[in-house]
Design a protein around this ligand. Structure first.
Ligand SMILES: [Fe+2]
Ligand SMILES: [Fe+2]
Length: 176
């Protein structure tokens, strides 16, 4: 049986990487991408441990799931960024750490169903659900501004586009 690991030891291991620590300078949901990643990973650690899952892989994936930088999206902001950033995070994470299959799938599928990459493991499902709940929490706490109607209309537009893409996928499912 694998050795038990504390959350702090997993966090320390990932935070020893210099490039990863640059996430501390990236804005994300009104705070930094590092703060967001740490909040997601703390919760993923608790949930996956409680469920008897591979909490080490789940937590490492959670720490690394948004390992991307705004400068990597010069012209691909908004919805496209939401779709492609898991691939960039996986490339950056793989360049810095040796990842197992659970970690790779959890990172690349964390934007499901937006990115259409299916979570194949229970650990991946924990990450994608916790990430969404944390994003809603952070958005409400740090970014919600009732005056910013134009901004919310933009996200409403994204949601409509997303539902349209999903509908097309369901309608054409199985067609050759
Ligand atoms: Fe993400
Ligand atoms: Fe995230």
């Amino acid at each position: 049986m694998a050795r038990a690991r504390s959350y702090k030891s997993l966090e320390k291991e990932i935070m020893s990487n210099k490039k990863y620590m640059l996430l501390n300078q990236e804005s994300h949901h009104g705070l930094t991408r590092l703060e967001h990643s740490l909040r997601v990973s703390r919760n993923v650690y608790k949930v996956s441990k409680k469920l008897g899952l591979d909490y080490v892989s789940a937590t490492r994936a959670a720490l690394l799931h948004d390992f991307f930088f705004n400068e990597e999206f010069e012209s691909n902001r908004g919805l496209i960024q939401g779709v492609v950033h898991p691939d960039i995070a996986l490339a950056n994470a793989s360049g810095a750490f040796k990842l197992n299959d659970i970690e790779k799938n959890a990172i690349v599928s964390h934007m499901f169903p937006l990115s259409m990459e299916l979570p194949k493991y229970k650990e991946s499902w924990v990450l994608t659900i916790v990430d969404k709940l944390v994003a809603i929490y952070e958005y409400g706490l740090y970014k919600f501004n009732p005056v910013n109607l134009k901004g919310y209309l933009k996200y409403l537009g994204y949601s409509v586009c997303f539902l349209f893409i999903l509908a097309i996928n369901f309608i054409t499912y199985g067609e050759k």
